[in-house]
Design a protein around this ligand. Structure first.
Ligand SMILES: CC(C)(COP(=O)(O)OP(=O)(O)OC[C@H]1O[C@@H](n2cnc3c(N)ncnc32)[C@H](O)[C@@H]1OP(=O)(O)O)[C@@H](O)C(=O)NCCC(=O)NCCS
Length: 176
């Protein structure tokens, strides 16, 4: 896969003169994903995975890295650190449900880079990829106490609903 930087109009501001861009995940991103995970607080890990998690399982990482682009997509937000190396500060991903034109999203942003629009931009690009791939709806489960994520998806036009028999989660649905 190409590693060249995207054109400058695809950079987004991150404050303090920094900028990030969004690209599809690459096979060599494994260490960067582990570093991102290590920059998530226990609370953020819980909000993302809905349970306490200390390490990323190798199978989980390999699944993200070896995408079937017809059925899945993972996008990463990237900055260049002071050594010129790429650092992943956020990831959005969808997987499709079997035999349905519907996908399920997930999103994480490094705790040190939240509140700059990274999550919103990762979701907007993910939505565009899903549309281009012919999917008809995007959906996700969000913990009912994850007010930030619920606000974010609401701003993006998702319909947020409660689940009758599971008060711990809400669903977010967006027709594409
Ligand atoms: C929830 C989460 C993804 C949000 O990511 P984020 O990058 O902070 O999201 P955004 O920056 O796009 O939006 C958050 C806030 O920043 C504001 N914002 C958006 N663009 C901005 C910009 N360019 N400059 C400053 N602030 C901005 C938004 O208005 C929003 O604020 P508001 O809620 O008061 O309106 C992140 O906190 C996270 O990873 N949490 C833990 C994991 C998780 O909960 N995942 C979801 C599982 S379903």
């Amino acid at each position: 896969m190409k590693t060249s930087l995207p054109p400058p109009n695809k950079y987004y501001p991150l404050g303090e003169g920094k900028a990030y861009f969004i690209r599809p995940i690459q096979l060599d991103d494994k260490k960067r994903l582990i570093d991102l995970f290590n920059h998530l607080s226990p609370e953020s890990r819980y909000l993302r995975f809905a349970h306490a998690i200390a390490n990323l399982q190798n199978d989980f990482l390999e699944n993200i890295l070896h995408l079937d682009y017809k059925k899945e997509m993972a996008l990463v937000a990237v900055i260049q650190n002071q050594h010129g190396d790429e650092e992943i500060i956020g990831i959005s991903r969808y997987i499709t449900l079997p035999k349905q034109p519907i996908c399920e999203f997930s999103l994480s942003v490094s705790d040190s880079h939240t509140e700059h629009g990274v999550g919103t931009h990762l979701m907007l690009d993910l939505i565009n990829h899903a549309k281009e791939n012919g999917l008809k709806a995007m959906a996700g489960y969000v913990l009912a106490n994850n007010s930030k994520m619920l606000h974010l998806v609401n701003e993006l036009g998702f319909k947020v609903s409660t689940i009758d028999d599971d008060p711990d989660f809400k669903t977010a649905n967006l027709p594409l």
